[in-house]
Design a protein around this ligand. Structure first.
Ligand SMILES: Nc1nc2c(ncn2[C@@H]2O[C@H](COP(=O)(O)OP(=O)(O)OP(=O)(O)O)[C@@H](O)[C@H]2O)c(=O)[nH]1
Length: 201
């Protein structure tokens, strides 16, 4: 059995690491054997943060350094990420799920189907309510769009209901979930989506 590989992409600071931190306890509770690969530009910052957080054994978090062009290593040449995922599968027999966090990038970043079985794109309310209307490939093509930081909507003048409705409209009804990763809001829905669509359990 091989582990399902799920990409998590999105703009810088939208909350990709926060989402991983929020879903790991749900996955642990459901007994889903999980590991994570992080992609940072030239550091291992996100991997160090996840290891420090103690939500997973440190060996279950691998870091890939993407260099100056974060989308290259998840789309054009995902060799480093594939090698990291293969290593996790070798090191942890029975692994069911590998989350692959992309380095923060723009609205055009997408994942190679050679690397992932499924991918999430995370945007945030503070990035502006016009983001869904810009129809970047990440927003249109991701299997699940996550709109994070919904708690900030009143503070940044965003009509949340309208932003979510526009996101659903440009995605032609494909799933969109609003979250406050910091407060575990909407996170159970994401885990339910992954169990239904990816893990089949
Ligand atoms: N208000 C609010 N802040 C959040 C939420 N989720 C994340 N943040 C904050 O947003 C900032 C960026 O979160 P990260 O998880 O580091 O974002 P990221 O997408 O992993 O960032 P990069 O890896 O640098 O691209 C941090 O200061 C988080 O505390 C949320 O739901 N609400």
């Amino acid at each position: 059995m091989t582990a399902a590989r799920v990409g998590i992409g999105g703009p810088v600071g939208s909350g990709k690491t926060a989402l991983i931190e929020a879903i790991l306890p749900h996955l642990a509770k459901a007994g889903i054997d999980t590991a994570v690969i992080t992609n940072d530009l030239v550091t291992d910052e996100d991997a160090l943060r996840l290891r420090r957080g103690g939500l997973l054994a440190p060996g279950r978090v691998l870091a890939v350094q993407a260099g100056a062009c974060p989308h290259t290593v998840i789309r054009e040449d995902p060799t480093l990420n594939i090698a990291a995922a293969d290593r996790l599968e070798r090191d942890f027999p029975g692994l069911e799920l590998i989350l692959i966090e992309s380095g923060g990038d723009n609205l055009a970043s997408t994942f190679s189907p050679d690397l992932v079985d499924h991918w999430l794109f995370v945007i945030d309310v503070a990035g502006g309510d016009d983001i869904p209307r810009k129809k970047g490939p990440g927003i249109l093509q991701a299997d699940l769009l996550v709109v994070n930081k919904t708690d900030l909507a009143p503070h940044v003048g965003v009509d949340l209901a309208q932003m979510l409705a526009e996101a659903r409209q440009v995605r032609a009804g494909r799933p969109v979930i609003g979250t406050v990763c910091r407060r575990d809001e909407g996170v159970a829905q994401i885990v339910a989506h992954l169990r239904r669509e990816v893990l089949f359990r």
